[in-house]
Design a protein. Structure first.
Length: 71
């Protein structure tokens, strides 16, 4: 039962994000994956993650440099 609830919650979240589209044309329920939106969102996520890692690396380098200078 828990697995079913988890799957439903994941499907709802993906629907709210816009990755899944639920429709019922002609009485036939369908679920469509918006692959273009998925690609766009994941590309943005990768770019933001890369920027965050670069910023963190710069701060670490600055911290190391300050510690080296003060010693």
């Amino acid at each position: 039962m828990r697995v079913l609830i988890v799957v439903v919650v994941i499907l709802v979240i993906l629907g709210l994000v816009g990755w899944l589209r639920f429709s019922s044309p002609d009485g036939n329920p369908t679920i469509r994956v918006d692959t273009q939106k998925v690609k766009q969102d994941t590309s943005e996520l990768m770019e933001n993650s890369k920027q965050a890692v670069d910023i963190a690396a710069e701060k670490i380098d600055q911290s190391i440099d300050r510690d080296t200078i003060t010693e």
